[in-house]
Design a binder for this molecule. Sequence first.
Ligand SMILES: Nc1ncnc2c1ncn2[C@@H]1O[C@H](COP(=O)(O)OP(=O)(O)OP(=O)(O)O)[C@@H](O)[C@H]1O
Length: 264
Amino acid sequence: MTASRPTSDAPIVSVRDLSMVFPTPGGQTVALKDANLQIMPGEFISLIGPSGCGKTTLLRLMADLIQPTGGELLVNGGTPRKARENRAYGYVFQAPALMEWRNVLNNVKLPLDVMNTPKAQRDSRAREMLKLVGLEKFERSYPWQLSGGMQQRVSIARALAFDPAMLFMDEPFGALDEITRENLNLELLRLWRETGKTVVFVTHSISEAVFLSTRVVVMTARPGKIEGIVDIGLPHPRSDESREDPRFFEYATQIRELLKKGHS
Ligand SMILES: Nc1ncnc2c1ncn2[C@@H]1O[C@H](COP(=O)(O)OP(=O)(O)OP(=O)(O)O)[C@@H](O)[C@H]1O
């Protein structure tokens, strides 16, 4: 059931001169232009940038939901298609997208049902994942009985159900209040440390990106490109105190400057 993981310390994602041009009624939209990025196994990478700069496009390319119009992309040592077929990643969307008629346990089990995992394993695996996100007491609840933050935790448990090497997360906490978001950030970091997954995380929030990431990829719009990459040297495990670390503000300033440069 465990998805294959690369054994070497080769990049788990390799993006070379990657471009994506969408045909649109008025002409073409260059959503991504000549992007270059290498992600190592176990990293926590955030993609940040203004609306329309191509963050979701880059994530969707990695996930094989769309195909690039130029350049090269390797995921988990092969094509994005192969990574998808091998269940090398789980995808968490902006909205939790849970099935209202399935209880929490059955929502988490869904990918295992689809994959025809032996029945006896499905329940135990789903319960294990619910425990990981702190929702073991809610397995019989239905999505509409949960708060937005709890629903998003269920969708994270679902994305982890088949033990992928990577987690692709498209602004998963964007719709939540600040305190819930900070709590989920802490939980996500704990989960990342415990599981050793590689995470690629889209956000609009500079502080969220600094708090979570090992590196922050700053993108700019028109055409969407990578303006710079900031290494975040804050020690792990991170806690609320990390936000008071003077380096936290330095990294946030570096990211802000790159975002401004991209705007000008
Ligand atoms: N399927 C599509 N067809 C045409 N244009 C598209 C398509 N998908 C994205 N685009 C365009 O590509 C550009 C980048 O979109 P993308 O969704 O990647 O941006 P984003 O940085 O994720 O934005 P946001 O922060 O608002 O979610 C935008 O101009 C968008 O309109």
